[in-house]
Design a protein around this ligand. Structure first.
Ligand SMILES: C[S@@+](CC[C@H](N)C(=O)[O-])C[C@H]1O[C@@H](n2cnc3c(N)ncnc32)[C@H](O)[C@@H]1O
Length: 516
């Protein structure tokens, strides 16, 4: 059942609009001091006269996404409006549409004229406005309520209906009014809604900070705790998720599976040559040369244990930090217990994060930072999103017509070479429309974080986690960045390609372009 739709506001009753019937928002105005938005309603047939009606923010509380999209377009078009539409700079932000000098377009004049003659009928414009001064509230329809009590506008015609052709909307008059009408309350509500959603993210607090303008990141973006698998994407059968069985069942944060040398989760982990005697080192060299089994050799554990270097507990050890080796964590099927120190990323984020506006001077849009200092090797968060096929990723990239799209796409290609996977067999994570706060991590040519492959199932070479770790000590409040290119030192770098985005990371060794 839908939530209650009638809410009392200042003694009045407000009905929410039927969100699913809303097509888009086309304009804004102030009426009696209230910020209102012109809603275009969906129709079953294509028509040049779809129903349109003006509604206040109380009624639109459930379609703030559309209000935000409209405001973004309005903001962009403000810069490109012809001068005769732009507000005179001499006048100071009038609060009401009656406060500025009007220069009605022919259509506006007609609307105005017909609204004064209720009985007149016109093929394109008619009106039932009872007062000549009353602004028109509904076009091409009449207000109605659906079966749940939500308000909408349905198509109607007749002498009482003001008609308008959608091709003329917004009219010049509407554009002028819109440009001069404040939208402060809308911006405040949009920001509050975004913060409400951030508060629902599991784990430590994620906050929003923008000292530069009234904008808020898109409400279209959905925060999700785990990957969303799209068509044609499959995870390996959970039965293949082998757990280590020969490890002791009481592994804790201070001791881990590697001491048994039999941990099958660490089977593919890096071998720790420093813990071998001469005999074992010889056997290891032979096994390596002949492709033999490396089980039984001591393995390098990815994370520092509790109690050894207390400051660094859970941080990546330098060997992993400075390599591109995948990290294999223990999983639910392991014998080692829930607190095994070889479990870290799977417990999720443990640091606070802040999404912040970098400012027009910086030019990187929104960014991410941590209000507390981070240690070298400390886990920050994973990258989340929809997992799509390689073909779907190509389709989305082509449809986007912009290099920006590529910066949200991560190919899960870590095991492509070792497992002989063809490019078209690979999956891609798209974090543009749904994901986590790491969506806001910008690129730097001298980054303070790096992305690592973390797997919980060595038999699934196509679905694994991408986890960000601090690659050096990071002071509180420093922007968290990583290198979008992520090449090995000395590895050849391709040309950035046509339409490449200039890099604004500001690093001394900046490569000047964003390789997306
Ligand atoms: C994954 S998003 C990061 C969040 C983004 N800044 C935002 O406001 O939503 C990647 C996009 O951010 C911008 N960006 C990231 N790093 C940048 C950099 N070093 N210089 C310029 N733009 C950058 C580019 O537009 C890029 O396509």
């Amino acid at each position: 059942m839908p939530a209650m739709v009638v809410i009392p506001t200042n003694g009045r009753v407000t009905r929410r609009v039927a969100v699913r019937k809303v097509h888009s928002i086309l304009s804004n105005r102030l009426k009696n001091g209230e910020e209102q938005f012109l809603v275009r309603w969906d129709t079953t047939n294509s028509t040049n006269k779809p129903p349109l009606s003006w509604h206040g923010l109380n009624e639109l509380a459930r379609c703030l996404e559309l209000v935000q999209e409209y405001l973004e377009v309005r903001q962009k078009s403000r810069k490109t409006l012809p001068s005769h539409v732009q507000a005179s700079k001499k006048r100071k932000s009038p609060d009401s549409e009656t406060e500025f000098e009007r220069q009605p377009s022919p259509l506006d004049r007609r609307l105005e004229q017909t609204s004064r003659t209720p009985s007149s009928r016109s093929t394109s414009v008619s009106s039932a406005a009872t007062s000549s001064s009353a602004p028109v509230d509904v076009y091409n329809g009449v207000l109605a309520e659906d079966e749940h009590g939500f308000r909408y506008c349905r198509s109607a015609s007749g002498p009482d209906v003001v008609e308008i052709d959608i091709r003329n909307v917004p009219t010049l008059e509407m554009l002028r009014t819109a440009q001069r009408s404040k939208v402060e309350n809308a911006n405040v509500l949009i920001r509050a809604e975004y913060i409400r959603r951030l508060e629902k993210i599991p784990g430590r607090r994620v906050s929003l900070n923008n000292i530069y303008d009234a904008s808020t990141p898109s409400l279209r973006f959905r925060y999700i705790p785990d990957y969303v698998l799209r068509e044609g994407v499959f995870r390996a059968d959970p039965a293949t998720q082998e757990g280590c069985q020969e490890c002791s069942p009481h592994m804790g944060r201070d001791i881990g599976c590697e001491y048994t040398k039999k941990c099958s989760c660490l089977e593919y982990a890096a071998v720790d040559v420093s813990r071998m005697d001469a005999q074992m080192a010889k056997e290891y060299e032979t096994a390596k040369a002949t492709g033999g089994n490396l089980m039984g050799f001591p393995k390098k554990f990815p994370y520092y244990a509790e109690g050894t270097k207390i400051q660094r507990a859970g941080c990546l050890v330098p060997f992993y930090l400075h390599s591109r080796r995948p990290i294999y964590e223990c999983n639910d099927n392991c014998n080692c217990g829930p607190r095994c120190r070889n479990k870290n990323v799977q417990f999720g984020r443990t640091v606070e994060l802040e999404i912040f506006k970098t400012g027009s001077g910086a030019g990187r849009g929104w960014g991410l930072r941590c209000p507390q200092p981070l240690h070298e090797g400390q886990f920050v968060d994973t990258y989340r999103g929809e997992i799509i096929t390689d073909a779907e990723a190509t389709r989305r990239e082509d449809a986007a017509h912009s290099k920006t799209k590529a910066s949200y796409l991560y190919s899960l290609d870590k095991f492509a070479e070792s497992e002989g996977l063809a490019p078209e067999e690979l999956y891609v994570v798209d974090g543009e429309f749904m994901g986590g706060p790491t969506k806001f991590m910008n690129h730097s040519c001298e980054p303070n974080c790096r992305q690592y492959t973390v797997s919980y199932n060595k038999h699934d070479c196509r679905v694994y986690d991408i986890a960000f770790f601090a690659c050096r000590e990071i002071p509180a409040g420093e922007e968290l960045t990583f290198d979008y290119l992520d090449k090995e030192d000395g590895e050849e770098i391709d040309d950035p390609g046509e339409g490449a985005i200039p890099c604004l990371c500001g690093a001394a060794k900046c490569r000047k372009w964003l390789w997306t």
